[in-house]
Ligand binder design. Structure first.
Ligand SMILES: Nc1ncnc2c1ncn2[C@@H]1O[C@H](COP(=O)(O)OP(=O)(O)O)[C@@H](O)[C@H]1O
Ligand SMILES: [Mg+2]
Length: 242
């Protein structure tokens, strides 16, 4: 169980997140939606400890989140802009970074680390690209490499920030299929996304965020008025008759 309680976050005198209370049960496939600048990435960065809490608390399985994350690690796929792909690394190098917390001092990976990295690459369909420079991968291939890195951390929680951003439409469907498979295998998935159509097929829990939570509700309750409140303007949902 992830429990976020009375969380507020400011930058200077600007309120970024306000009175966030959220409970996520294990095994859930959670989607966070909201307009640009809504605080989605900030919420995730607070959750994984990349940003320090200012007020409120986050507990995972009863432990302060920093302590839980230190013990169990987390799989994280950052927002696209946060990556420099001109860096001369291979796909396998990037996936192996998921093993950092487990490796021996001095970043020497064991043969088990390599085996787990390659297994994760097989699961995400990019094993054949292991030796390729990351700069030579397509957007979709690179996202699968980052997902493999998140998987091979071994964490039960995978957190993704707009993973569909650089993937073409058929690629998005198969990427979410892959996430659904991981979810069925027991991983809790938390993803920020703009792709309401795809999300409605896969996620079990929807969080609408725009500085504060307007609603968090089951996908079946995905309704235009909730979404409109979050985005601050009328939204017309035309797919699939909702
Ligand atoms: N490092 C930063 N410095 C100044 N403002 C920031 C910084 N990071 C985020 N912000 C601001 O915080 C707000 C929320 O950002 P973010 O969490 O990235 O939103 P989202 O992911 O929903 O688009 C935005 O108004 C953004 O401009
Ligand atoms: Mg963001």
């Amino acid at each position: 169980m992830i429990e976020i309680t009375d969380l507020n976050y400011n930058l200077g005198n600007k309120s970024i997140l306000q009175d966030i209370n959220l409970h996520i049960t294990p095994g859930e496939f959670v989607a966070i939606i909201g307009p640009n600048g809504a605080g989605k990435s900030t919420l995730i960065k607070l959750l994984i400890g990349l940003l320090d809490l200012q007020s409120g608390q986050i507990r995972i399985e009863g432990l302060p989140h920093q302590e839980w994350l230190h013990r169990h690690g987390f799989g994280y796929l950052p927002q696209r802009e946060e990556y420099d792909r001109s860096f001369p690394a291979t796909a396998l190098d990037i996936v192996l970074l998921g093993r950092v917390g487990h490796s021996r001092p001095g970043l020497r990976f064991s043969s088990r680390d390599r085996a787990l990295a390659l297994e994760a690459m097989r699961d995400t369909g990019v094993e054949a690209l292991a030796k390729r420079r990351i700069g030579a991968l397509s957007g979709g291939e690179f996202q699968r490499v980052l997902l493999a890195r998140a998987i091979c951390t071994g964490s039960s929680i995978l957190i993704l920030d707009e993973p569909e951003a650089s993937i073409d439409r058929p690629g998005v469907e198969s990427f979410f299929e892959l996430l659904a498979k991981l979810n069925k295998a027991g991983k809790t998935i938390i993803t920020i996304s703009h792709d309401l159509h795809t999300l409605s097929n896969y996620c079990s829990f929807l969080v609408c965020l725009n500085r504060n939570l307007h609603c968090h509700t089951r996908t079946e309750l995905l309704q235009a008025e909730h979404i409109s409140k979050t985005f601050g303007e009328a939204v017309h949902l035309i797919e699939k008759g909702y």
